[in-house]
Design a protein around this ligand. Structure first.
Ligand SMILES: *[C@@H]1O[C@H](CO)[C@@H](O)[C@H](O)[C@H]1NC(C)=O
Ligand SMILES: *[C@@H]1O[C@H](CO)[C@@H](O)[C@H](O)[C@H]1NC(C)=O
Ligand SMILES: *[C@@H]1O[C@H](CO)[C@@H](O)[C@H](O)[C@H]1NC(C)=O
Ligand SMILES: *[C@@H]1O[C@H](CO)[C@@H](O)[C@H](O)[C@H]1NC(C)=O
Ligand SMILES: *[C@@H]1O[C@H](CO)[C@@H](O)[C@H](O)[C@H]1NC(C)=O
Length: 476
């Protein structure tokens, strides 16, 4: 059935995939859009510390176009940067009363502070491909940290030396190599969601948030999905239902079980004390970049790698995350009887291996943080797809049902370039609708999904580390 501009479209899930889909559907002229979420995002402002529970509810996310040989994603990321810039400008020029709570004209959703990708020796294969595939005219934005000439160029370009050597490794003669990529930086995630929700509402999207509006079931008639039932017992009919439920998607749609796995990264947060102006200055985005360390070269229980971190937020929060191992929690059974990894979002401890890696890195590179208290430990649950490409398509074997998920840890940055999702919904054939399309389950390695419940990454196979294990005085 072809959609009409007044067809009723229900979106389940108001994280970044659902929100941006609502916004771009309305921009394309659809006028009957309804978004549901069990969480009161309109009240908690997508703030994790206010109880918002989703990967999108986060201080910040990396915005980068470094995608090795995945040129379509690279191009889309550059396009996204332009759109984020427009959002920055429209917020800066808005009257405060026209902005949602939590945002002011000073809010910079997108901060191009630079992204420093480091390892001990040389550039890894993926960085080499990124450097080869970046447009030639962007060469001047890429600074090899071991190249004296490029360091001098950076100084001439007004880039503080601390962005190239924030850990003092060059200065101390410790092994280090990598690229400072000045096209990249971070976006403020929870605030970007709040802003998008605000734009959606202005565009006439209906939002129903809170536990009573949680999805209970999809209403089906044969192969047709005809609407949803929410937990308050209300039936909502729809011409199209879009499921954008992040880490909860596989538990709602058995069809995606073999294509998506719910996994989590480990996040630690530190809030700088108000009286440590030295640290506020050191970790400010003007002085300190987004960084990562040994992203492609982590060996479980052996070395230090697979970690990244951010400059402080405007509120003085520093986030460091470990994604070398992506934890699973095969605690559920799917409707087809398969073991299913399911978000375990009330966890207040991360696995000891994540603590070991981040702590060891900080001991060598950011010892001042080890003297401060951890604010929280968090497992950030999301979905990986079998090949790290998003899964946005009609669900095979059904009518009227689209899935938008599989963020694979790199989806947030594309918030303002989601018209491709509308192309999927309108069944257009473009290079992006093909990129996001339903795929066969590959043989062999499948991004870790092949391990399934037998894998070592299961949470119940880990020892967990409490906050007290952070401080320098304690031993792991
Ligand atoms: C983001 O927003 C501010 C305006 O508030 C602007 O000055 C800044 O250059 C923006 N863009 C980036 C890429 O940082
Ligand atoms: C499914 O929807 C189509 C129209 O899109 C309709 O022709 C068909 O009868 C429906 N089937 C069922 C079982 O409701
Ligand atoms: C479910 O959808 C069918 C087909 O559109 C409709 O006849 C039925 O009333 C719906 N059920 C509920 C409980 O809304
Ligand atoms: C799910 O996570 C919790 C730890 O947060 C753990 O107690 C439970 O055993 C996990 N289940 C599996 C099967 O990993
Ligand atoms: C992943 O699957 C999609 C859909 O089949 C395909 O277009 C894409 O090229 C695949 N690989 C990657 C690395 O995205």
């Amino acid at each position: 059935m072809a959609l009409k501009s007044d067809s009723k479209i229900i979106i389940v899930g108001a994280g970044v995939f659902g929100l941006s889909t609502a916004l771009y559907l309305s921009k394309r002229g659809y006028s009957n859009i309804h978004i549901f979420d069990r969480q009161p995002y309109d009240k908690n402002g997508y703030a994790f510390l206010q109880g918002a529970d989703a990967a999108s509810a986060d201080e910040n996310k990396i915005l980068r176009a470094s995608y090795a040989d995945r040129i379509l994603y690279q191009n889309l990321a550059f396009e996204a940067m332009g759109e984020w810039q427009k959002w920055n400008e429209s917020i800066a020029s808005a009257a405060p009363v026209d902005l949602p709570a939590g945002l002011s004209p000073e809010t910079m959703l997108w901060n191009q502070c630079g992204y420093l990708r480091l390892s001990e020796h040389g550039l890894d294969e993926s960085e080499k491909q990124t450097q080869k595939n970046f447009p030639a005219e962007m060469g001047h934005t890429q600074y090899r940290v071991t190249n004296k000439q490029r360091r001098a160029d950076a100084a001439r370009d007004g880039i503080p030396a601390t962005k190239i050597d924030p850990f003092g490794r060059l200065e101390r003669g410790l092994p280090v190599d990598g690229i400072l990529d000045m096209t990249a930086g971070f976006v403020l995630a929870s605030r970007a969601c709040t802003f998008t929700l605000h734009l959606c509402r202005k565009a006439g999207v209906h939002a129903s948030f809170g536990p009573e509006h949680a999805l209970k079931s999809l209403n089906r008639s044969g192969i047709n999905v005809t609407g949803i039932e929410t937990s308050d017992g209300t039936h909502h009919s729809a011409d199209l239902v879009i499921v954008a439920c992040g880490g909860w998607t596989p538990s709602i749609l058995p069809q995606v079980e073999e294509l998506l796995e719910t996994t989590s990264g480990s996040v630690l947060s530190i809030r700088l004390p108000q009286d440590r102006r030295d640290l506020w200055a050191k970790y400010a985005p003007e002085q300190f970049p987004v960084w990562d360390w040994n992203m492609g070269d982590y060996v479980p229980f052996q070395n230090i790698g697979g970690i990244y971190g951010f400059p402080r937020t405007p509120e003085g929060v520093i986030k460091i995350a470990f994604r070398g191992a992506k934890w699973t929690n095969y605690s559920r059974e799917s409707s087809t009887g398969q073991p299913l990894s399911y978000p375990k979002t009330d966890a207040t401890k991360v696995p000891q291996e994540a603590m070991r890696v981040i702590r060891a890195f900080c001991a060598e590179n950011l010892p001042d943080l080890l003297a401060l208290d951890l604010e929280y430990e968090r497992l950030c649950w999301y979905t990986d797809s079998v090949n790290n490409s998003f899964l946005i398509d009609y669900v095979p074997g059904t009518e009227g049902l689209v899935v938008a998920s599989g963020g694979s840890g790199h989806g947030f940055k594309f918030l303002p370039v989601r018209e491709h999702v509308v192309d999927v919904i309108e069944r257009k054939d473009t290079e992006y609708t093909r990129l996001f399309s339903w795929r066969d389950v590959p043989g062999g390695k499948r991004n870790g999904l092949e391990e399934g419940p037998e894998g070592w990454r299961r949470l119940d196979k880990q020892r967990l580390a409490g906050k007290e294990q952070w401080k320098a005085a304690s031993k792991l």
